[in-house]
Design a protein around this ligand. Sequence first.
Ligand SMILES: [Zn+2]
Length: 263
Amino acid sequence: MYTYRGIHSSWISWFLSSKGNEYFCEVEEDYILDRFNLTGLNTEVSNYSQALDLITDQLADDDIQDELRGALDVQARLLYGLIHARWIVTARGLAKMLEKYKRSDFGRCPRVLCQSQPLLPVGLTDVPYEKSVKLYCGRCEDLYSPKSSRHGSIDGAYFGTTFPHLLFLVYPNLIPPKSGPVDMTQVSSGTTTGSDGKRRKRDEAQEPTPEVIGEINTASVALKAERYKPKIFGFQVHEIAKLHRWQEAVRDRQVARLEELDI
Ligand SMILES: [Zn+2]
């Protein structure tokens, strides 16, 4: 074991506790040791065998020369990142990231009307060295850059393009409501499925719970969406107000049509 790791019992625990690596979760050793899960990574990481030995603590100190140490560290981080992207879309990996989401480890949406909705990391591409990691808000369905430059420089491929959307697919009760404060107590670890498959009447859907979000009709969702209305001294800005009146008229017509279909 390397002396610079000090108190840490393994390379992974040292890596996870290093400043700037807070977005990563622990990939279980069983997953890494199953070579099937690593298929193809040997072509993406140079010094693959040594990098793998390093992250699984199989590399003895005297196996490598000092000048190789730095390069090997870079490759070990790349390998861990690429394994991490695969791991977090498995059932156990999703569960680990869910714990981090509940603690808001990835920060909160800066959009005021999202009411501090916790964010999830996402990549814009699955190919390493192309784009840095972004943060996805499930409420406004938009992307943000991490606040800290340490997080802003993490490779997005270590999280991948699928992760947050799969999380909401597997845990539909996590899909945030479009209005109201964040209630993380609603976030249970079990999955929920639609109950009877019946369409709900509009008046029953007034207070949507995350569990029934898939069954809420489009009209009620459209009416609940919060909109920011710029105002000067309490009056709406003229051009924007005109645009909003037009958009709301279009919305109301659409809602009326949806309601006709719903009854
Ligand atoms: Zn948001």
